[in-house]
Ligand binder design. Structure first.
Ligand code: 5RP
Length: 223
């Protein structure tokens, strides 16, 4: 099965976790886009969504799904999002779509994180995918040096020859060469560096469920 079909399958599969009559937290990315398309088919059964990016908000609204500000909502039952990597404990690397900060915020206000991903995202140890980190622009060079000191190689993400600017007006660096053996400790450490807005390791906001698209169908992992 093609990767796109696997994304459609897990996107549709996530509908079973959406609590009818409530708001749902919605992530960002090509897999989540499949979920949003599926969500539109039950839009009359939900109140609406809290979105993690401008891109997802636009897609939700275009399909007639009301989008609420996260400040208006205390708790969400469930947050549905993709991942760049997920390990056997539900820890993830996220931010390939540059939406990691808002993703972590919406995940933090949700009771359950349901990750939707194709099988290529499942890893033993996080770190093969370049780790996204959102940073305050004036701190970029210092943070790049801090990653170098721990053996990583950080590169400023570019778009059309310019530094990519996130929905929050900040930069993204992508770090290779890391093996993140202890995701909780790593997230706690890097989150404290001055100028780091969000590190793309999701260990404190790890997934409780992962719907994994495999050649033999959707596999449900629970953590
Ligand atoms: C965006 C993300 C995405 O969830 C992650 O990049 C996976 O995206 P895709 O579903 O397109 O593979 O973290 O910031």
């Amino acid at each position: 099965m093609a990767q796109d079909e696997l994304k459609t399958l897990v996107g549709q599969g996530a509908l079973q976790y959406v609590v009818r009559g409530e708001l749902v937290g919605v992530g960002t990315g090509s897999t989540v886009n499949k979920f949003i398309d599926a969500l539109a088919t039950i839009k009359d059964q939900i109140k609406g969504a809290v979105s993690s990016s401008v891109a997802s908000t636009e897609r939700l609204r275009a399909l007639g799904i009301p989008v609420f500000d996260s400040n208006e909502v205390e708790r969400l039952s469930v947050y549905i999002d993709g991942a760049d990597e997920i390990d056997g404990h539900g820890n993830m690397v996220k931010g390939g779509g540059a939406a990691l900060t808002r993703e972590k915020i919406v995940a933090a206000q949700s009771d359950k994180f349901v990750c939707i991903a194709d099988a290529s995202k499942l890893v033993d140890v996080l770190g093969a995918f370049p780790l996204p980190v959102e940073v305050i622009p004036m701190a970029t060079a210092r943070i790049v040096r801090q990653f170098a000191a721990m053996g990583g190689h950080a590169v400023l993400r570019q778009k059309d020859g310019q530094p990519l600017v996130t929905d929050n007006g900040q930069y993204i660096i992508d770090v290779t060469g890391l093996k993140i053996a202890d995701p909780l400790a790593f997230e706690a450490q890097v989150s404290q560096w001055p100028g780091v807005v969000t590190v793309g390791v999701f260990a404190f906001q790890r997934a409780q469920v992962c719907l994994l698209g495999t050649a033999s169908g959707v596999k449900t992992l629970t953590f």
